[in-house]
Design a protein around this ligand. Structure first.
Ligand code: SF4
Length: 234
């Protein structure tokens, strides 16, 4: 991994948290600095967002598993700004140090501080699941946070056992994941959306509908969702 801005400070904070009399208090402050609520007008403020890793480091980037090319990866393109890349790499370090119970309790504490009514956690806006451990940890967090918070995610990591999830809502951006709750399909041309397919309302309304107001990817019982490739007209 290349240079990560703020890594020395983060490592010192993690050392302090692990040696603290009350580690949860310290971890809450660390997680508070590595969580977003809402995002660029696409996600409502009721959604907390945490990434396992950056798109630059994503195991699916530029592979057949991902439904867009590396050049069309919106998350990767955001990381041309060095602070965005370092932030997501620090999130990966935080993720790897936190057990599910501490993550869930710290998330709950951070969420309760917000003026908005936070009720949803989105895991992974950039990057993707790397291993079975990530899958089981995300499911464990979803189980601890339920029913107060809904936890959902997107993935193209088709070699991992998503059939071991139940509470976590899994949106598959790869057709080879049988056990996901639905497909989340990027299309270059909206004409190719099947008649019974649902076009993402945020995409359809040009951002007037936010995730959170729309719950198609969050609830378990909605059908497959289609969205137009952001770069399709470029
Ligand atoms: S379908 Fe709904 S929840 Fe999913 S990305 Fe679009 S607006 Fe967000």
């Amino acid at each position: 991994m290349e240079e990560v801005n703020g890594i020395h400070e983060l490592r010192a904070r993690i050392r302090d948290a692990e040696a603290a009399v009350n580690p949860l208090t310290e971890w809450t402050e660390i997680l508070n600095d590595h969580l977003n609520f809402g995002n660029n007008g696409k996600l409502s403020d009721q959604i907390g967002v945490f990434n396992f890793n950056s798109a630059t480091d994503c195991l699916n980037l530029g592979t057949d598993r991902c439904q867009v090319s590396e050049g069309d990866c919106y998350a990767k393109n955001n990381e041309r700004f060095p602070n965005a890349l370092s932030y997501r790499r620090r999130q990966e370090i935080v993720w790897d140090h936190l057990d599910p119970a501490t993550f869930a309790d710290a998330f709950d504490r951070v969420a309760r501080r917000k003026r908005t009514d936070v009720s949803i956690l989105r895991l992974s806006q950039s990057g993707d699941f790397r291993n079975r451990h990530d899958v089981l940890k995300a499911e464990a967090i979803a189980n601890i946070l339920a029913p107060q918070y809904d936890v959902y995610t997107y993935t193209a990591s088709s070699w991992l056992p998503f059939d071991e999830t139940d509470t976590l809502t899994v949106n598959a951006s790869n057709p080879n994941i049988d056990s996901a709750d639905r497909r989340f399909v990027v299309v270059d041309d909206v004409e190719s959306i099947p008649e019974d397919g649902i076009r993402c309302p945020e995409d359809l309304s040009d951002g007037e509908v936010e995730c959170g107001q729309c719950r198609l990817c969050i609830d378990k019982d909605a059908g497959n969702v289609y969205i137009q490739n952001l770069y399709a007209d470029d």
